[in-house]
Design a protein around this ligand. Structure first.
Ligand code: NAD
Length: 256
C-alpha cells in the first residue's frame, strides 16, 4: 500500500513511534527514524522488514535541528510523504511545583516540534497533492488530569494544530489527523508506574493495576501495534476524507 512512499516518524527509537514506523514499513514505506537512546536496534528491526531506513538524531526541542532533519529526509528519499509527529516527554508535578524549564521542554517537544516539522513538510506534500500528517496527541488532548499541566496543555494544543492543518489542506490530497491513546505500556508510562510503586510501596503489578483502574475502563493497555494499524488506516485511500479528527484509542477513558 505504501511502496515508494517515505515516512518520517519523530521519536521512533522506542515505544509508539517505533510501533508505527514498523507498521508503515510492513506496507512498504521507507522510513526516517528519529529519537535518542539505542539507534542500531530499532534501525535493524525496521530494516528487517525490507525497506530503506535512515536515521537523524535531531533534538525535537530545537527548530534548527528539525530543519536539518527535514532537509536530510528530502536528500535521502526525495520528500516526506507521511509525517508522524510522535516525539514526546512527560513531567508530573502540581502547577505550583512545576519547574518552568520542564514546562518549556514539554511544550517544545510535544507541541512546537509538530508545528516546525509540519510547516517544513507541507510545501512538498501540497506540490505532490498527497500527504499524511499524523499527530500523536493523547487522551490528554481531550481531557485533563492533575499534575500534568504542561502535557495536557501541549496535547490540547496539538489537537488544535491538527484541526488548523487539516483545514488549511482541506482541498488538497494532504490530510492531518490526531491519534489520542490512553495508557500504552512504553518507557514513558513505566516511569509513572515505577513512581506510583515507590510512593505507595506497591509491587509493579499492583501499581499497574491501580494506574489502569483510575482511568481506563477496559483495564487494558493499548499497544503500539494497534496504534500502528490506526496510523495505517489514516494513510489508506479509505481515509482520504478523514480530516482534522482526534481519534481516541483509550479503552473508554474519554467516554466517562
Ligand atoms: P517513549 O518514551 O517510549 O518514546 C518517546 C520517543 O521520543 C523516544 O524515541 C525518545 O527518544 C523520543 N524523544 C524524547 N525526547 C526527544 C527529543 N527532544 N527529540 C527527539 N526525540 C525525543 O514514549 P511513548 O509512550 O512511545 O510516547 C510517544 C508519544 O505518544 C508521545 O508523544 C506521548 O506523549 C504519546 N502518548 C503516549 C501514551 C502512553 O501511554 N505511552 C499515551 C498517550 C500519548
Amino acid at each position: 500500500m505504501l511502496k515508494g512512499k517515505t515516512a518520517l516518524v519523530t521519536g521512533s527509537t522506542s515505544g509508539i513511534g517505533l510501533g508505527i514506523a514498523k507498521a508503515l514499513a510492513r506496507q512498504g514505506a521507507n522510513i526516517v527514524l528519529n529519537g535518542f537512546g539505542d539507534i542500531e536496534g530499532p534501525k535493524a528491526e525496521v530494516q528487517a522488514l525490507g525497506v530503506k531506513v535512515a536515521y537523524h538524531g535531531a533534538d525535537m526541542s530545537k527548530p534548527a535541528e528539525i530543519e536539518d532533519m527535514m532537509k536530510f529526509a528530502a536528500a535521502q528519499f526525495g520528500r516526506v510523504d507521511i509525517l508522524v509527529n510522535n516525539a514526546g516527554i512527560q513531567h508530573v508535578a502540581r502547577i505550583e511545583d512545576f519547574p518552568p524549564e520542564k514546562w518549556d521542554a514539554v511544550i517544545a517537544i510535544n507541541l512546537s516540534s509538530a508545528f516546525h516539522a509540519s510547516r517544513l513538510a507541507l510545501p512538498a506534500m501540497k506540490a505532490a497533492n498527497w500527504g499524511r500528517i499524523i499527530n500523536l496527541a493523547s487522551v490528554h488532548g481531550l481531557v485533563g488530569s492533575p499534575e500534568k499541566s504542561a502535557y495536557v496543555a501541549a496535547k490540547h494544543g496539538l489537537v488544535g494544530l491538527t484541526k488548523v492543518t487539516a483545514l488549511e489542506s482541506a482541498t488538497t490530497g494532504v490530510t492531518c489527523n490526531a491519534i489520542c491513546p490512553g495508557w500504552v505500556l512504553t518507557p514513558l508510562v513505566q516511569k509513572q508506574v515505577d513512581a506510583k510503586a515507590a510512593a505507595q510501596g506497591w509491587s509493579n503489578e499492583e501499581a499497574t493495576k491501580q494506574l489502569l483502574s483510575e482511568k481506563e475502563p477496559s483495564m487494558q493497555f493499548t499497544t503500539p501495534e494497534e496504534l500502528g494499524e490506526l496510523a495505517l488506516f489514516l494513510c489508506s485511500p479509505a481515509a482520504n476524507n478523514v480530516r482534522g479528527v482526534a481519534w481516541n484509542m483509550d479503552g473508554g477513558w474519554a467516554a466517562q
